[in-house]
Design a protein around this ligand. Sequence first.
Ligand code: 3Y8
Ligand code: NAP
Length: 251
Amino acid sequence: MTHNLLVLGGTTEATALCRRLAEDGIAGTISFAGRVERPVRQPLPQRVGGFGGVAGLVTYLKEAGVTHVVDATHPFAAQMSAHAVAACQEAGVPLIALTRAPWAAQEGDQWQHVPDIAGAVAALDRPASRVMLAVGRMHLAEFAPNPQHVYLLRLVDPPKEDLPFPDCHVVVDRGPFSEDGDLALMREHGIELVVSKNAGGTGAAAKISAARKLGLPVIMIDRPAIPPRAEAHGVDEVLRWLDHGATDRGV
Ligand code: 3Y8
Ligand code: NAP
């Protein structure tokens, strides 16, 4: 069968998958939400912007003649992933997620697990400290209730609006990040505490290994729940799924 994939992107794994699909001559499109000004160039055609909810995605799948969907979005892109499950079910299009296991604490890690962003905000209700808040831009306002800290923020694009903290320093940079780079950054800013999403994978892991090396505590935000779906943890597994004539009921 001729393939026409839709890859829901925005992660290191999505980029690796698109490179392999292009090499293997498998047709597809990678999709971004349009969160940042310049999504990284991809080796497949790309589309940018929401689909318009589940209904919009169903319409897109039908009108574009999509044969398979690979949800390679970030583990915290829970709404997109939930919409993909519902829309593929409704449209009868096979779906697999290309995801990555959560990070697990290693010897020397000092992690405090919190269930969500609100849990991280509650955990920051403590005496003033120098905090690396590397959770991106979209949820910064939720961290406003703890102005006592000095924050180091890392954003993909320069901030357009005022930041909700009286004392913060912004680094504009996009990952994947390196451990040496994050060690230098954390030492330069005298970081005493790190707040992180449990993204898994390698692109955001540098600050976690740097915190371990520096003996710093980490407030680790656990992932949001996502409805059950087929999951792959590597590009080869996705290609095998495609070759085995994946259908929506696996028959
Ligand atoms: C727009 C598309 C690739 C993809 C690379 C990965 C790794 C580098 C590390 C820190 C943590 C954070 C953030 C992060 C990383 C990868 C991956 C990843 C974390 C780009 C990209 C898009 C986004 C969206 C952006 C969010 C933000 C989150 C920054 C491209 C660069 C914090 C997540 O300013 C904004 O609006 C940013 C929004 C969603 C989370 C947030 O809540 O703000 N990612 N990141 C995607 C779209 O439009 O659909 O330009 O490549 C992609 C990547 N960011 O191809 O190599 O695979 O995770 N992204 C987190 O993990 O905590 C930074 O600073 O240590
Ligand atoms: P989200 O909250 O799960 O999704 C919100 C809405 O954004 C979706 O309902 C959809 O709009 C649109 N959307 C999300 N991802 C899309 C995609 N790949 N293509 C087209 N539309 C998309 O998503 P998010 O957490 O904001 O993440 C947005 C993007 O950033 C994703 O591509 C994700 O992989 C990437 N990213 C996110 C994080 C993170 O920490 N959240 C980290 C790294 C990368 P409609 O309902 O209109 O279709």
